[in-house]
Design a binder for this molecule. Structure first.
Ligand code: PTJ
Length: 273
């Protein structure tokens, strides 16, 4: 069995005394363990918050129940999300520590493919972490980047996530918010925006208040969305509008719950180790 060594981080010092774990490629939950390692690396580098590890744990539990794969209904949500972003005037992707640690390259590729802005927005906000995430995103080719100098507040929010940028999230008509906490999702919807969330928990407040909820792991969802953006880019507006109209969020959430319920039998193929 081949062991995989994780490459040393390129843009920040890491304590050389802390070894990275070797994960055997043949491990039944290889991809899930690899994702954990990415997030731990993100925390050590000051990209993700320590609380982000706990949030990832909650996500993992739901991913386990979903079968650690992109379901058909999640793929339909990803298509609707891309169609909605291609139709938007000012689509913006919100990035927190977990999203940056797990999917920086793919987020920048997605922003490029659909012409979206990217805005760093943190719950456990420190200016040092904002700067590190912004530097990481710039190093991965992100052009239109906001969040370092917020100049607006989202109404109805009392915490740091209220901070927004006039040309970015504040005036966006469509906002993609991976791994969101529910109250900002609600506040953005109250502002009249279409909100797309990526959240493995189909019962969360974000999942139930968003316009489009993608019940999938960010590490699968964003690469799928990059591919879908390339496929749908040439589609006429009417075709994109049809894709959006065919999507119903409550139906997608019910489908995710049904997948979980169907998987809840001992020895189901969806469960691994
Ligand atoms: O970097 P910061 O300071 O902005 O903090 C980011 C976290 C994620 C810590 C913060 O936003 C937070 O506490 O989030 P919550 O309220 O725990 O919500 C995270 C949601 O994302 C939960 O519903 C999880 O099930 C879900 N989730 C966790 N990991 C993943 C995920 N969904 C998709 N992919 C994942 N890998």
């Amino acid at each position: 069995m081949k062991n995989v060594k994780y490459p040393a981080p390129e843009y920040h010092d890491i304590d050389p005394g802390v070894p990275m774990t070797d994960i055997p490629e043949g491990h039944p939950r290889y991809r899930s363990l690899l994702t954990r390692e990415l997030l731990v690396k993100g925390v050590r580098e000051g990209i993700a918050s320590e609380q982000g590890l706990i949030a990832q744990g909650r996500g993992e539990a739901f991913d386990y129940l979903i079968g650690e794969r992109t379901t058909d209904s999640a793929l339909a949500a990803e298509s609707a999300a891309i169609a909605m972003m291609l139709l938007a005037e000012n689509p913006v992707i919100s990035v927190n520590g977990n999203a940056a640690a797990l999917a920086a390259d793919e987020i920048c590729a997605l922003a490029g493919a659909i012409g979206a802005g990217v805005e760093v927005n943190l719950f456990h906000r420190t200016e040092a972490r904002v700067a590190k995430i912004a530097a990481l995103l710039r190093s991965r080719g992100c052009g239109r980047l906001y969040g370092e100098r917020p100049d607006r507040l989202i109404p109805g929010l009392s915490h740091e996530r209220a901070k927004a940028t006039a040309e970015g999230i504040f005036t966006a008509d469509v906002v993609l918010v991976p791994l969101e906490d529910g109250d900002r999702c609600e506040a953005l919807v109250r502002m009249g925006k279409k909100v797309i969330v990526i959240d493995l928990n189909p019962l969360s407040r974000s999942a139930t208040t968003a316009t489009v909820t993608i019940v999938d792991n960010i590490v699968r969802a964003v690469p799928n969305m990059v591919r879908l953006a390339d496929e749908l880019k040439g589609t006429p507006r009417m075709g994109l509008e049809e894709i959006v109209e065919e999507f119903h969020n409550e139906r997608a959430l019910s489908a995710a719950l049904k997948t979980i319920l169907d998987n809840l039998s001992i020895g189901h193929r969806g469960f691994q180790a």
